[in-house]
Design a protein around this ligand. Structure first.
Ligand SMILES: [Zn+2]
Length: 222
């Protein structure tokens, strides 16, 4: 089996796992993975409009970083932010985009996730930002997403959902699950009051520890 064929299967498996984990419903989210190939410098992405259970490896769309699609189906309507994240971020090898209920609830309030819990650092910084709203599929949304992801591996999208990036599909999915878990805990705390924020200096300590341990060790699945 070629590497590309295996990656196509992994994209479908990740999309199915995203729904099974409860961080996405129906076919609203999308998944991509960077493709290093002699023939294409780009990525593989879920097609638009096909339920994940019915998606075949052949239907996964290959795209170049200049935005040309290769395949029988159209790519996800959100291919622009996938393309722009790969172009901007050498560390991005895979991207998971979901309309996870709790993350999206906060995003609809235009609220990011502050340092209310030390695990916020799993996304790479002292908070998880919420990108301003723009119409789905637009260059404007993509620009907002890339900016909100600066020095981060995840962000929320106002009135829309969230994005998680990783060095592999498994890592991007695990981060998306973690972000949704944090969003749920933050939302629950907000029912009582605004939770106590960790001091900046403490988040510096946590970020330093995460850097030392490496992301694998803070991955809840490892
Ligand atoms: Zn979306």
């Amino acid at each position: 089996m070629t590497i590309e064929r295996r990656l196509r299967e992994d994209v479908i498996a990740t999309a199915l796992a995203m729904n099974a984990a409860g961080i996405n419903r129906g076919k609203s989210g999308n998944v991509s993975v960077r493709l290093h190939d002699a023939a294409i410098d780009g990525f593989l992405i879920t097609p638009t409009g096909v339920p994940y259970l019915q998606t075949t490896p052949e239907q996964i769309v290959a795209m170049t970083l200049s935005g040309e699609a290769r395949g029988s189906l159209l790519p996800s309507s959100e291919w622009r932010f996938h393309r722009d994240i790969y172009a901007a971020r050498a560390d991005a090898q895979a991207i998971v985009h979901t309309h996870a209920p709790f993350a999206t609830t906060l995003a609809c309030l235009h609220r990011g996730i502050p340092a209310f819990h030390y695990m916020v650092a799993v996304a790479g910084g002292k908070d998880i930002r919420c990108a301003p709203y723009a119409t789905f599929g637009t260059q404007e949304l993509s620009d907002h997403a890339v900016a909100a992801l600066a020095e981060r591996r995840a962000c929320l999208l106002a009135n829309h959902g969230m994005i998680a990036i990783g060095t592999s599909l498994a890592q991007a999915l695990a981060l998306a699950v973690e972000v949704e878990t944090l969003a749920e805990m933050y939302w629950r705390a907000l029912q009582i009051s605004e939770p106590v924020a960790l001091p900046d200096a403490e988040m510096d300590t946590v970020l330093a520890k995460f850097a030392t341990y490496g992301q694998q060790k803070v991955d809840p699945k490892s």
